[in-house]
Design a binder for this molecule. Structure first.
Ligand SMILES: Nc1ncnc2c1ncn2[C@@H]1O[C@H](COP(=O)(O)OP(=O)(O)OP(=O)(O)O)[C@@H](O)[C@H]1O
Length: 618
C-alpha cells in the first residue's frame, strides 16, 4: 500500500501542472489542480494526437496576427477619441498656464514692447480715410489736382540744393515726391495785390516757415500735411489757397444760386470755425473792396447758430464753407448745398479730426464729394503714426514739418509749480500778479471753470468763462468781450485751447494739468504767438497722473526749460520714447500706458452706445 502510494505521488509529482509544496515536511500532500486546468491538459493531450497540418497552423498564426492588429488599431482609435474629447476649457487652461509661465520670464520692457506692437498693428489696420464709395469702387487718383499756379520762373530754375538750403535755414523738414520750391516772399507767391496790402495791414509781411513751404505746395494743388508749432501762422497757409482757387473759378464763370462751394475748411470746435470764418471774411472783403476782384461768398456752418441768419449767403453762389463736422453733415444731408463741384478739403487741428471716434464723420463728409479733391491736414501736434495713417489716404502728399510734431512753442516760458489742491485757488490770485492782462486760465473740468470764475468775480477780477455747457450766445459773448479787452481774464475748459488766436495773451495759467500732453501744448500755445513771448504757469500735484508728469518733464527738457526738482526726481520706469509716443507724441511714456489711447477708446465706446440708442445716424 505504501509503495503504491509513493508511486502514485511520484506520478503526480511529475505532472506538468504547477505544484505547490507548502510544507516540505508533509509527504502526504497532494497539490491541488483546478478543474479548468485539468480540462485544458486533457484537451492538449487529445489535440496532440491529432497534429495540426502546416496549413492550419499558418491560418491560425495569420488569425492571431490579424487579431493583434485589430486590437492595436482599436487602441489607437480609443486614444484618438480621448485626445479629441479633451474639452476646450482644458486647452484654454493649458494655453493660459503656458502664457503665465512665458510671461513670468518676460521683462517689463518686453511686455511694453509687445503691447506697443499690438496697438500699432491696430492703427495700421484702420480703414483708409476715403469715402465709402471710393473704397467700394476702388477709386484712387494718381495725379495731384491741376491748378494754374506756377512759381516765378527764376525760383523754378534754382537748383534743388538751393531749395534745400532755404529749408535748412528755416528748419523745415519735407517729405514727398517732386516737392514745390519754398518761397521766401509773399510777392513771389503771386498773391493778388489787395490781399498783400490786407496782410501788411495786419503786420503780416513775410511768410513764416510753415507758410513759405506750405503755401507753394498748396497753390500747386498738392495734398498736404502741415505741422508747425502753435501760433506759427498755419491758418493763412490753408485759407489762402482756397481763396485763390475760388477767385479763379469765379473769374472764369460767375457762380449763381445753388452753385458751389469750391472748398470746405473743417474745424473741431465752433469757436475755431468762427475765428477762421472771420479771417476769411476779412481777406475776401479786402479783395472785393479793391474793386479789382469779385466778391467771394463764405458760409459759416456750425452748431448752435440759426442758419437762417445766413440765408442771404445761401441765396447766392457759394464759394467757401467753414464748418464743424456735425452741422456740415446735417446741411449736406438736407441738401442745403452740395459738394458736387467741391475740390478742396482742409482739416484744421487735423489730428483731432481723424482721431479714433471722429474719423467716421470725416469719411461721411468725404462721401459727398463727387470728384477728385485736394486734401490738406494741419496741426501743431500730430504723432508719427497718425501722420502715416493720414498719408495713406492722400495723393502724392507733401509733408511739411517745422520742428517736432507736438513740441512746445519755444517763445513760451514754461513754469511748472507744485500746488496742493486746496491751495490752488488762493495761489491763483497771487499768480495773476505775474503779468498784466490779458490772461487765460485753463481747467479740464466745467464745474471747476465756473468755480474759478465765481471766485475771481468775488475778488473783483473781471473774468469771463467758456466751456461746452454754456450756450452759444454765452460762448460768443465771452470770446468777444475778452478779445476786445473789456474783460481781463478768461477761464476756459479745453474748447478754447485749440487754435484760438487772442491778441497778445501775456500769461496762460493751467489750473489743472490736462492728462494728454498734446492738450497742454495747445493750451500754453495761446501765448507766445506770431513771434511774441509769453509765460505759461502750470499747477501740478498728487492728482496729476505720473505718465503726464513724465511727458511734461521731457517736454520741458526738449524746450530747454527749467525742470523743477519734484519733476526731475520722477523715475522713468514707464519706458518713454525720445521720438514721442506713436499715439499722442508724449515723450515720457510707452504706447501701452498712453492716456490718449484710453480716452479715445472710451469716446469710441460712448459714440457706439449713442449711435445704438439713437438708432444710428449722425
Ligand atoms: N507771416 C506772418 N507774420 C506775422 N504774423 C503772422 C503771420 N502769419 C500769421 N500771423 C499771425 O500769427 C497769429 C497766429 O496765427 P495762426 O492762428 O494761424 O497760428 P496757428 O499756427 O494756426 O496756431 P494754432 O496751432 O494755435 O492754431 C495770428 O494772429 C496771425 O495773424
Amino acid at each position: 500500500m505504501h509503495s503504491e502510494l509513493r508511486t502514485k505521488r511520484r506520478r503526480i509529482g511529475r505532472s506538468p501542472s504547477p505544484t505547490y509544496k507548502l510544507d516540505d515536511e508533509d509527504d502526504t500532500y497532494e497539490p491541488y489542480v483546478s478543474v479548468a486546468q485539468r480540462r485544458k491538459e486533457k484537451l492538449a493531450k487529445l489535440t496532440s494526437w491529432v497534429a495540426p497540418s502546416g496549413k492550419q497552423k499558418a491560418k491560425k498564426e495569420q488569425e492571431e496576427l490579424e487579431e493583434r492588429e485589430d486590437e492595436e488599431k482599436e487602441e489607437e482609435r480609443r486614444r484618438e477619441r480621448a485626445r479629441k474629447e479633451r474639452t476646450l476649457l482644458m486647452e484654454a487652461q493649458e494655453v493660459h498656464s503656458r502664457k503665465v509661465a512665458e510671461d513670468a520670464k518676460k521683462t517689463d520692457q518686453q511686455r511694453a514692447e509687445e503691447a506697443d506692437a499690438e496697438i500699432l498693428e491696430a492703427i495700421k489696420s484702420r480703414r483708409k480715410l476715403a469715402s465709402d464709395l471710393e473704397l467700394a469702387k476702388g477709386i484712387s487718383y494718381v495725379e495731384s489736382l491741376k491748378t494754374s499756379w506756377r512759381a516765378p520762373r527764376y525760383i523754378y530754375e534754382r537748383s534743388s540744393e538751393h531749395h534745400q538750403k532755404v529749408r535748412d535755414k528755416y528748419h523745415i523738414i519735407v517729405e514727398g515726391e517732386d516737392i514745390p520750391p519754398p518761397i521766401e516772399h509773399f510777392v513771389d507767391m503771386k498773391i493778388p495785390e489787395p490781399l498783400l496790402q490786407s496782410l501788411k495791414a495786419n503786420r503780416i509781411v513775410s511768410p513764416t516757415p510753415i507758410q513759405l513751404q506750405g503755401i507753394p505746395a498748396a497753390f500747386s494743388g498738392r495734398d498736404l500735411i502741415g505741422i508747425a508749432f502753435t501760433g506759427s501762422g498755419k491758418t493763412l497757409c490753408f485759407c489762402l489757397p482756397l481763396i485763390m482757387m475760388a477767385l479763379e473759378e469765379e473769374i472764369k464763370l460767375s457762380f449763381i444760386r445753388g452753385e458751389g462751394p469750391v472748398g470746405v475748411i473743417l474745424c473741431p470746435s465752433r469757436e475755431l470755425a468762427n475765428q477762421t470764418y472771420e479771417n476769411v471774411l476779412g481777406w475776401c472783403s479786402d479783395l472785393a473792396k479793391s474793386g479789382k476782384y469779385p466778391q467771394l461768398n463764405t458760409l459759416l456752418c456750425i452748431g448752435g447758430i440759426s442758419m437762417n441768419e445766413q440765408s442771404h449767403i445761401m441765396s447766392k453762389g457759394l464759394h467757401i464753407v467753414i464748418a464743424t463736422p456735425g452741422r456740415l453733415i446735417d446741411m449736406l444731408e438736407k441738401r442745403k448745398f452740395t459738394f458736387n463741384n467741391c475740390k478742396y478739403l482742409c482739416m484744421d487741428e487735423a489730428d483731432r479730426m481723424i482721431d479714433l471716434g471722429f474719423e467716421d464723420d470725416v469719411r461721411n463728409i468725404m462721401s459727398f464729394f463727387k470728384g477728385q479733391r485736394q486734401t490738406l491736414l494741419f496741426s501743431a501736434t500730430m504723432p508719427k503714426k497718425i501722420q502715416d495713417f493720414a498719408q495713406q489716404s492722400l495723393i502724392r502728399p507733401v509733408l511739411v514739418n517745422v520742428g517736432r510734431a507736438g513740441a512746445a512753442n519755444l517763445d513760451v516760458l514754461q513754469v511748472v509749480e507744485y500746488v496742493k489742491q486746496e491751495a490752488k485757488m488762493v495761489y491763483l490770485l497771487e499768480c495773476l500778479q505775474k503779468t498784466p492782462p490779458p490772461v487765460i486760465i485753463f481747467s479740464e473740468n466745467k464745474n471747476e471753470v465756473d468755480d474759478i470764475q465765481e471766485y475771481l468775480l468775488l475778488k473783483g477780477v473781471e473774468a469771463v468763462a467758456i466751456h461746452g455747457s454754456k450756450t452759444q450766445e454765452e460762448r460768443q459773448y465771452a470770446i468777444k468781450s475778452f478779445k476786445s479787452g473789456a474783460k481781463d481774464v478768461m477761464v476756459a475748459s479745453g474748447v478754447a485751447s485749440k487754435g484760438l488766436d487772442f491778441n497778445d495773451i501775456q500769461h496762460v495759467i493751467i489750473f489743472t494739468m490736462p492728462k494728454e500732453i498734446e492738450d497742454y501744448v495747445h493750451q500754453i500755445g495761446r501765448t507766445g504767438r506770431s513771434g511774441k513771448t509769453g509765460i505759461a504757469t502750470t499747477f501740478v500735484n498728487m492728482n496729476t497722473p505720473e505718465p503726464t508728469l513724465l511727458d511734461l518733464k521731457y517736454l520741458l527738457i526738449e524746450a530747454g526749460q527749467k525742470v523743477p526738482p519734484f519733476l526731475s526726481s520722477i523715475d522713468d520706469i514707464q519706458g518713454g520714447s525720445r521720438l514721442g509716443c506713436a499715439v499722442c507724441g508724449g515723450l515720457g511714456h510707452a504706447i501701452s500706458s498712453c492716456p490718449k489711447r484710453e480716452d479715445a477708446q472710451r469716446r469710441l465706446m460712448a459714440s457706439h452706445r449713442a449711435n445704438e440708442e439713437s438708432g444710428g445716424g449722425y
